[in-house]
Design a protein around this ligand. Structure first.
Ligand code: FES
Length: 448
């Protein structure tokens, strides 16, 4: 089923790349990160085009819950411990600035996209210690954060962390408005990138700067992003008749839910799992049951799911792609926080490309130091790949062999929720006929 944003937004179609082009910068991917980056580069006088395999906003942007917030789960206490206060401050400030930059841009361009300032909350039904620590950590970094005991949720909570001055909007209306200023070539799939040449079936683009903003970088080497990120799926049901709430909420307990209002609609999200590891399904039904329990009068109007890239240390990879390719750039690994991370990417990448000072760039740099926690994640992530690769050698339990992933050969798993074949190794997805939906794979899979 399509998301509530897709159902109500028509974005103007664009032509495909008409032939070879020579430009200063080319952005791969016309989601929110790609369009914002192209916009700021253009503002800086850089001749920029965007190449999109499908349509503007047809990737992950259409399935977000579109919370614009610096509240990224329980992150700030951990960032201070891991990277020190100064770096944690840069992370916090970059994301707080992102909220304001959206507001300024929307006002300046007069983009009607239901932008609303509102508070964001983390909540727990049973513990307050970690919430209190997070509130204190965020406050020391300059965020308007506080620990509170009450909430608008339909069940009791042990406490919440409130961030004031956050926001939400309709992401595709915003994207549609901003993309009017950008040269985007749709239905122009990038086949490969050699040096400073981007090859597509429609022609070749030669550029001085190449920006990978396609959710998951499809080039395995250099960068090795396939080993440094995994993908996670989550699910949303949209209901009407649940009443309204001012804030946006996210639970920190196991199986915690998220709540996000949009007009008469309430989005209830949850059911997160590593892509390719939920064979049982039932995530939508669990959310529906919760919705009926909390709001007996409500009825479902839509359901949809999202795919998020998670990095080893929870901080996005934004910056130079690799020391070996200094003129390639990447924006990836946004976790559940695609909206602010997209704006942070646009800010950092345009600064790097135009040679401006950008102190926030270090904490997001893909080349930052690897923490002890990240090393542990690297091994755990690697174990999934080993298991997935080993599995493709043997038939499945019912004697049939599931398709293998064309990315690196792992056995795909059937996801009954989304009726797709999903890869547990790095998260590529394919429809029931084997057609590619999400990378890093670049081609369809062969059904057995
Ligand atoms: Fe890498 Fe499937 S996505 S093997």
């Amino acid at each position: 089923m399509e998301s509530i944003w897709t159902a109500e937004t028509k974005i103007r179609k664009r032509e495909s790349l008409p032939g070879d082009r020579d430009v200063q910068a080319v952005v791969i991917g016309a989601g929110i990160a790609g369009i914002l980056t192209a916009y700021y580069l253009k503002q800086a006088g850089i001749d920029t085009i965007v190449l999109e395999a499908d349509r503007i906003g047809s990737g992950q942007t259409k399935n977000t819950t579109a919370k614009i917030t610096s509240q990224h789960g329980l992150i700030y206490d951990n960032l201070i411990q891991t990277f020190g206060k100064r770096m944690a401050q840069h992370y916090a400030q970059a994301n707080e600035n992102a909220v304001s930059e959206y507001e300024n841009l929307i006002l300046e361009k007069k983009i009607a996209c239901d932008f609303v300032r509102c508070p964001a909350y983390l909540y727990s039904e049973k513990e307050e210690t970690r919430l209190r620590r997070e509130a204190e950590a965020a406050e020391t970094l300059g965020i308007a954060a506080s620990f509170e005991r009450t909430s608008e949720l339909p069940f009791p909570v042990a406490g919440t962390v409130r961030f004031g001055g956050q926001a939400r909007f309709q992401p595709l209306k915003f994207l549609s408005g901003l993309a009017e200023e950008i040269t985007v070539y749709e239905k122009t799939k990038v086949l490969r990138v050699d040096g400073m040449q981007v090859k597509t079936a429609r022609g070749m683009v030669t550029a001085k700067h190449i920006i990978f903003a396609s959710h998951f970088p499809f080039m395995n080497i250099p960068g090795y992003y396939f080993a440094r990120m995994y993908q996670e799926r989550s699910y949303v049901v949209a209901v009407e008749g649940a009443g309204t709430m001012e804030g946006m909420y996210r639970g920190i307990d196991k199986n915690g839910l998220s709540f996000r209002p949009y007009g008469k609609v309430l989005l209830i999200g949850g059911g997160n799992h590593r892509t390719g590891t939920d064979k049982q399904g039932g995530q939508y039904d669990r959310l529906r049951k919760k919705a009926q329990t909390f709001y007996p009068e409500c009825h479902e109007t839509a359901h949809f799911s999202a795919q998020d890239c998670i990095t080893l240390d929870g901080v996005p990879y934004i910056g130079r792609f690799s020391a070996r390719k200094p003129e390639w750039y990447v924006a990836a690994g946004f976790g559940k926080w695609g909206m602010t991370s997209a704006m942070v990417s646009a800010h950092i990448l345009s600064a790097l490309i135009t040679g401006k000072d950008c102190p926030e760039a270090d904490i997001f740099s893909p080349g930052r130091r690897i923490t002890a926690g990240a090393v542990k994640e690297l091994f755990s992530h690697g174990a999934y790949t080993v298991k997935g690769l080993a599995k493709h050698l043997v038939p499945s339990g019912n004697g049939k062999t599931a398709p293998n992933c064309p990315h690196m050969g792992c056995r795909l798993e059937w996801n009954p929720q989304t009726q797709t074949f999903d890869c547990p190794c790095h998260g590529s997805r394919f429809d029931r006929n084997g057609r590619l939906i999400d990378g890093p794979a670049q081609t369809d899979c062969k059904k057995t």
